[in-house]
Design a protein around this ligand. Structure first.
Ligand code: 5RP
Length: 219
């Protein structure tokens, strides 16, 4: 089975978490795009929908959904999103698509966060995938110097501007032995808007799609 089929199966498995009258938060990325394609089939269960990116908003609107803002709806019942890496503690690296800030806000506002991945994303230690960090543009070089002092290799995602008008540093070679501590430490660098480490708000359920089907890890 190829990665696309696995992603589609993970998205399909997440549909059972969408109960009647759900206020749904929708993430960003190719796995979530499969979910968005499937949502019209269970439209009657969705009370309202909030999106983590302009890209997902456009896809949801193309499927006929009216997308609400988080300010309009308050808390979210269920947030479904993909990840770039996940460990068995349901801690994640996200932001490969650059939508990490709104994703973190929606995950934080959600009563339940279901993460959908193919089995290539499950790792023993986070950090093989370069950690995305959203920085305000004027602080980019300063934040990069701080990261170099931590013996990491930040690479500016050149030409990419986030939905919030900011820049992304993709941080290579960061030793993430303790994700909770690393998230706090990076959050303290002035100019950092969002760290793509989701350890303090990890997923509640991880759906991992492989050749043998979709398995589930719960917090
Ligand atoms: C976007 C994300 C995505 O969830 C992450 O990049 C996974 O993407 P994909 O489903 O395409 O593998 O964090 O900012």
């Amino acid at each position: 089975m190829d990665a696309t089929d696995k992603k589609r199966n993970a998205a399909k498995a997440s549909l059972e978490f969408i109960l009647p009258c759900t206020v749904l938060g929708v993430g960003t990325g190719s796995t979530v795009n499969h979910l968005i394609e499937l949502l019209p089939g269970i439209r009657e269960r969705i009370e309202s929908v909030v999106s983590s990116s302009q890209a997902s908003t456009e896809l949801l609107e193309a499927q006929g959904f009216e997308v609400s803002t988080l300010n309009e709806i308050g808390d979210i019942d269920l947030y479904i999103d993909g990840a770039d890496e996940a460990n068995k503690h349901l801690q994640l690296i996200k932001g490969g698509g650059g939508a990490l800030t709104r994703e973190k806000v929606l995950a934080g506002a959600a009563r339940r966060f279901v993460c959908i991945v193919d089995d290539s994303k499950l790792v023993g230690m986070l950090g093989g995938f370069p950690l995305p960090i959203e920085v305000i543009p004027m602080a980019q070089a300063f934040v990069a110097r701080k990261l170099v002092k931590m013996r990491a290799q930040p690479i500016w995602r050149e030409g990419f501007v986030t939905d919030n008008g900011n820049h992304i540093l993709d941080v290579h070679d960061l030793a993430i032995n303790n994700p909770l501590e690393m998230e706090s430490r990076l959050n303290q660098i002035p100019g950092v808007l969002t760290v793509g480490l989701f350890a303090q708000r990890a997923a509640d359920v991880l759906l991992i799609s492989g050749d043998a089907g979709v398995r589930e890890i719960r917090a």
